[in-house]
Design a protein around this ligand. Structure first.
Ligand SMILES: *[C@@H]1O[C@H](CO)[C@@H](O)[C@H](O)[C@H]1NC(C)=O
Ligand SMILES: *[C@@H]1O[C@H](CO)[C@@H](O)[C@H](O)[C@H]1NC(C)=O
Ligand SMILES: *[C@@H]1O[C@H](CO)[C@@H](O)[C@H](O)[C@H]1NC(C)=O
Ligand SMILES: *[C@@H]1O[C@H](CO)[C@@H](O)[C@H](O)[C@H]1NC(C)=O
Ligand SMILES: *[C@@H]1O[C@H](CO)[C@@H](O)[C@H](O)[C@H]1NC(C)=O
Ligand SMILES: *[C@@H]1O[C@H](CO)[C@@H](O)[C@H](O)[C@H]1NC(C)=O
Length: 749
């Protein structure tokens, strides 16, 4: 990152965004409180070594009037500390601290672990560094992350995440936890009874889609203890975020209501929408209140007032009225009325309200959202009072065909992950260039960058890269960056790991064009004879990266981040191998070659899948038991534990009562591979064998029915899975390598 000042925002942007309409970046907490918060963060991260770094916060550092976060690093001569870091906010100071740790100490902090072996003494800087962020915001979180990743988190896990957010320089994030407690209070005060409410809320693993009006009731209801615990968490989350100078985004009313509202207020004008995705009206078809109905303002304002009373506010609110939902009318006047009503329900509670909206709808249903419709929805809100997340900007940027959201400010976001699947993936070229191009776009209204994965704890590299880019004024040299990344991640320069990462960079991480990171590997899909095995990269690059990582394992095997990556790359290689065996099985079946079918099926079922499962079981971050036990840990009774575990299992697999969004949120976890994917594969292979042996056709629908029983069987089996790893990662990975690499390289699977 060049130590240079942020360019001033374009004059037009200043016109659109009078400073008074944008809340101050300094979320309420004064310099002293932010300073204490970032100092405490440093102590959590570095222990006693934190004493060698002086951290301070001085809002005046962002003196140029654009208000963008700035940090200043220097090593004062003769000072007791090695380095002094001043930030214009707690977040800016934390980002400055991470800059120092990253670029001068060779350290790394990520979801899968930290590498914090500090040089002793800490290096001093030869020249001071002053860096200003290129835009106002660095945003984090997708509304779905709440369910795919955060659903079962306790405060310890939240605390780690908020620390990571601050180090990454994130200054704007959702604070969505526990909102159902407030909703319940509001609906009860309006006269709905507990039955009405219990029929509405989904279970914890599906709340994201309840909040967006997609689902109701599925895997619910929410027990009273759930509300209590989530509220407590929310208090701590908003307190910590604000103390670091982050802006919290609170949820607001999008117009969806429980059916009970119609019972209590029979004359309200609400329309029942159609089913969402593959759900019928049992759990979908939510009621949308007509924005013109006076009740809309009553409910929206009441909810926000209650929420603000309880948690305070930074004046930014999130609501998504038409997320994957077709509006009742395409009349621009109607669409403007809807967005205006949503906005007014916010200003009714907070005159300074700013609406943060996901821009997913525009690219999800582009045939509906023609320029006139998009413009009407966006301009129903005064200019500068809405921030749009250009949610999938790395693949399908919306700002380009909407004249930069018709003047509303927007944040260039990297979505990257759908369903939080495992699978190495990245669009490094798009993220390395996209934000800079968006800023140069004529009359651009871009006000920042964001990371909005549906699920986290995967592909650390991509997030580290994007977070660094959020502070840069120009793209970086990717191969050089990734070489240094490998060095920092494992705590030592190493030719083999540098080579491995360069191969990964140019292959799995370099998806170009419209790339959707949804793992479609045959491994994690319900098998059929028509599965796609196409890859966007050269599979050999992954096998070679695997070889190189293993070569470094003697030297780096004690590094936790190295072991994580060794599991992850071996897992990716295994996923490619499964595709190879699938192709062998399919061609053997099609050419009526029973022995070949038995051989390929046998290796897949009795060797590869069990080996993959034991590899995953050897690492704590790849355990099914970890996910399930974290769900159970939230419970206050056996009944709750059972309900939460069902939620957790269903989300990974059937996603709905009958496989409605089957395997969307698939994960490659130890326990799940063996007891779910592998059992399903076994059924597939045996039905193919039976079909060949008896010369009768293979019926996909018969298989699907039988597979559904397997899938359902997994969701409801009562088996407990260990939440602690077992087995030697290095040993298992090496054995797999020796067994499969030769034929993988020769392409003779
Ligand atoms: C809520 O009201 C409905 C309709 O009157 C009724 O059937 C239901 O039993 C009530 N539930 C409770 C908990 O009172
Ligand atoms: C009810 O709402 C719909 C759409 O929101 C609108 O078209 C209709 O005119 C409204 N009906 C009344 C009686 O206001
Ligand atoms: C940018 O805005 C100016 C002033 O409103 C306008 O004249 C010009 O046409 C716009 N340029 C583009 C490419 O939209
Ligand atoms: C990614 O692929 C494109 C071509 O598809 C190439 O131009 C570019 O150099 C590659 N980037 C990296 C980092 O390998
Ligand atoms: C694929 O990758 C392998 C190993 O890295 C390399 O030898 C080969 O040339 C690559 N093939 C293509 C078509 O790029
Ligand atoms: C094929 O069918 C025969 C006769 O039913 C049976 O004995 C044999 O075990 C079958 N072979 C396989 C591989 O299923």
């Amino acid at each position: 990152m060049a130590a240079r000042r942020a360019p001033a925002l374009g004059p037009l942007l200043l016109l659109l965004l009078p400073p008074v309409l944008l809340p101050p970046v300094r979320a309420g907490a004064g310099d002293a409180r932010q300073e204490q918060a970032v100092q405490a963060l440093a102590r959590r991260l570095l222990g006693p070594r934190a004493a060698a770094v002086a951290l301070s916060v001085d809002a005046a550092l962002a003196e140029d009037g654009t208000g963008t976060d700035t940090y200043w690093l220097r090593s004062p001569p003769g000072a007791a500390v090695a380095v002094a870091v001043t930030g214009s906010s707690g977040v800016a100071a934390a980002a400055g601290l991470y800059r120092y740790l990253r670029d001068f100490c060779g350290c790394h902090v990520s979801w899968s672990g930290a590498q914090l072996r500090l040089p002793d003494p800490l290096p001093r800087l030869r020249a001071e560094i002053r860096a200003a962020a290129p835009g106002r915001y660095r945003y984090y979180q997708n509304v779905c992350t709440q369910s795919y990743s955060f659903a079962w988190w306790d405060w310890a896990r939240w605390e780690r995440e908020i620390d990571w957010m601050a180090l990454s320089g994130i200054n704007l994030a959702l604070a969505f936890v526990g909102q159902e407690a407030t909703w319940q209070r509001v609906y009860r005060s309006l006269g709905l009874n507990q039955t009405d409410i219990d029929e509405y809320f989904t279970g914890p693993a599906f709340l994201a889609w309840n909040r967006m009006g997609n689902l109701h009731g599925w895997a619910g209801p929410l027990p009273p203890a759930w509300h209590l615990k989530q509220r407590y968490l929310q208090y701590r989350i908003v307190e910590r975020m604000r103390s670091l100078g982050m802006l919290t985004v609170l949820p607001a009313f999008a117009g969806y209501v429980p059916q009970g509202v119609l019972r209590v207020f029979p004359r309200v004008n609400a329309t029942r929408l159609g089913g969402w995705s593959h759900f019928d009206c049992t759990y979908s078809c939510t009621y949308l209140l007509d924005p013109q109905d006076p009740m809309f303002q009553v409910i929206g304002t009441l909810f926000l007032k209650e929420l603000i009373k309880e948690f305070g506010t930074d004046h930014i609110y999130s609501a998504d009225t038409f997320n994957e939902m077709t509006p009742l009318s395409s009349d621009p006047a109607y669409l403007s009325r809807v967005s205006n009503a949503v906005f007014r329900s916010m200003t009714g509670a907070d005159p300074k309200a700013l609406w943060l909206m996901q821009g997913w709808l525009f690219q999800h249903q582009p045939e509906f959202w023609q320029p006139a419709q998009a413009r009407a929805l966006l301009r129903g809100v005064p200019l500068g009072r809405m921030i749009v997340l250009d949610l999938f900007a790395e693949s399908k940027p919306v700002y380009q065909w909407t004249e930069s959201f018709y003047g509303q400010p927007f944040i260039w976001c990297m979505l990257h992950s759908f369903g939080g699947n495992h699978g190495l993936f990245g669009t490094v070229e798009a993220i390395n260039h996209g934000p800079f191009a968006a800023r140069r776009f004529p009359n651009s209204t871009m006000v920042g960058t964001g990371v909005v994965p549906e699920g986290i704890e995967q592909n650390d590299m991509v997030y580290e890269l994007m977070n660094e880019l959020g502070w840069r004024h120009e793209p970086l040299d990717l191969p050089r960056w990734v070489t240094r990344y490998a060095e920092r991640r494992y705590g030592a320069p190493n030719a083999a790991t540098a080579g491995a990462w360069r191969l990964l960079l140019r292959s799995v991480y370099n998806c170009t064009g419209v790339c959707v990171n949804h793992n479609r590997s045959p491994l994690v899909r319900r098998p059929s004879l028509h599965m796609d095995t196409e890859l966007w990269y050269n599979a050999s690059d992954v096998y070679e990266a695997w070889r190189l990582l293993l070569r470094a394992s003697a030297e780096l095997g004690s590094s936790t981040t190295f072991r994580y990556d060794l599991v992850d790359v071996t897992r990716q290689a295994a996923q490619q191998l499964v595709s190879g065996f699938y192709q062998s099985i399919r061609s053997a079946f099609q050419s009526h070659a029973l022995p070949e079918l038995l051989t390929a099926g046998g290796v897949l079922l009795y060797d590869l899948l069990p080996e993959l499962d034991s590899l995953l079981c050897s690492h704590s971050l790849f355990l099914l038991g970890r996910w399930l036990e974290s769900a159970r840990a939230v419970a206050t009774s056996d009944r709750e534990a059972e309900q939460y575990e069902l939620n957790a299992r269903n989300q990974l697999t059937l996603w709905g009562p009958s496989g409605n969004i089957l395997d969307y949120a698939n994960k490659q976890l130890g326990g799940l591979v063996l007891d779910y994917y592998s059992v399903r594969w076994s059924l597939f292979v045996s039905m193919l064998v039976e079909s060949l042996n008896s010369s009768s056709p293979f019926h996909q629908d018969q298989f699907n029915q039988a597979a559904f029983q397997v899938e359902r069987g997994f969701v409801y089996n009562k088996k407990r899975y260990p939440a602690v790893p077992a087995g030697d990662t290095l040993e298992i990975a090496r054995k797999m390598f020796l067994k499969y690499y030769p034929s993988a390289r020769a392409g003779t699977l």
